[in-house]
Design a protein. Structure first.
Length: 364
């Protein structure tokens, strides 16, 4: 999920970092999540390799998938989330990585690689960029005022209509991401979060419809600034985004304090993967970019900037203490045991999920 160049600056970041005539012939077109990288990483990559980066961003897996399945995207490196990656591999939209061109792959973390292999067997098509959780970010003072509690620790805050009715006073945003929200609702109901059972999915739909009147907006990036500015008091979203909101609020120094929690019932764990489209025009440059991202100092710089955990074991010695030691970023064993993953939906279930989500978002 998840992000360091806002959508507002996306077009400007279709920026081209070139420093020599030689670089004019070497380019890599990267399509990544919004707010998901330190700009200086792109600049440093060009300085080191002579390859200019044309950088564009998206804020939902569905947008990326639509482009990939249509073909001819013009992108050389893309960053799908695990379950979407798996479905896209089956559709033939990626090419296998040439690992002889990726010597830095030795830096990767076997714990994460074991999980990502569930989506990409043998990790043949992708390497991990970042991973994280889907939880609750909230404005500490407003939650105290509205709910009378010092902290949130349960999904009940979100899925109880009475709680949400109170939160409606100060504003709630939720990810526009059915593959994240519906499994979370299923888990809250005590059901399999990866369920394909239409009756169980209907129960999740009913739960979400019960709180729908109190969700101000479904969006997968705007909640960062909405939280940071004090415009809303709660958002269901991606872990690193919440920490970015926290830091933006602190920098603004307007008395807004943002906290993030992985609720006690558990949460979804997701993995964003670097992959090369089958029709990429700059394959060598794509491998060079991915290999560069796997340098320990680069992976650490990225995580220190976006507050997401990465799949690079060697980078951990270089991570800021506030990142590595934060259990909401690198969860402890007890929390890890409560996290769940979801696998790709079959076409029939995907149609059901899409119909259900359309109904939820529209409130009808």
């Amino acid at each position: 999920m998840r992000k360091a160049i806002g959508l507002a600056t996306a077009t400007t970041l279709a920026s081209i970092f070139a420093f020599s005539a030689f670089a004019q012939d070497k380019v890599v077109n990267v399509y990544n999540w919004s707010d998901y990288i330190d700009d200086s990483i792109l600049e440093d990559f060009t300085k080191e390799t002579g390859i200019k980066v044309v950088y564009d961003v998206f804020d939902s897996n569905e947008i990326l998938e639509t482009k990939l399945l249509a073909g001819g995207t013009g992108y050389d490196v893309v960053v799908p989330t695990g379950a979407f990656l798996a479905r896209q591999i089956q559709a033939g939209v990626f090419q296998k990585l040439d690992k002889t061109k990726l010597p830095n792959i030795s830096n990767m973390w076997d714990v994460v690689a074991t999980q990502t292999a569930k989506y990409d067997p043998d990790n043949a098509y992708s390497v991990n960029y970042m991973w994280g959780t889907t939880g609750i970010g909230y404005n500490v003072k407003k939650i105290q005022d509205v709910l009378g509690v010092d902290k949130i620790d349960s999904w009940k805050t979100v899925f109880d209509p009475e709680s949400m009715k109170k939160l409606n006073e100060c504003g709630v945003y939720m990810l526009d991401a059915p593959q994240e929200i519906i499994p979370t609702a299923l888990a809250y109901l005590g059901l399999n979060p990866d369920s394909r059972d239409p009756a169980e999915i209907t129960k999740a739909e009913e739960l979400l419809l019960s709180i729908r009147p109190y969700v101000r907006k479904f969006h997968s990036s705007e909640y960062i600034n909405a939280l940071a500015n004090g415009d809303i008091c709660l958002a269901v979203g991606w872990s690193g985004d919440m920490f970015q909101a926290r830091d933006r609020a602190a920098e603004a120094d307007q008395g807004v304090e943002i906290a993030y929690v992985i609720p006690s019932e558990g949460a979804e764990m997701w993995f964003d993967q670097l992959a090369i489209p089958a029709d990429a025009k700059h394959v060598d440059e794509a491998h060079a970019f991915i290999n560069y991202i796997m340098k320990p100092e680069v992976a650490a710089k990225a995580s220190n900037y976006v507050f997401y955990a990465n799949g690079n074991k060697a980078s951990q010695a270089l991570l800021d203490k506030e990142v590595l030691d934060d259990p909401a970023i690198y969860p402890d064993d007890a929390t890890m045991a409560k996290l769940f993953i979801t696998l790709p939906y079959d076409p029939k279930t995907q149609r059901l999920i899409t119909r259900s989500w359309t109904k939820i978002v529209s409130g009808q």
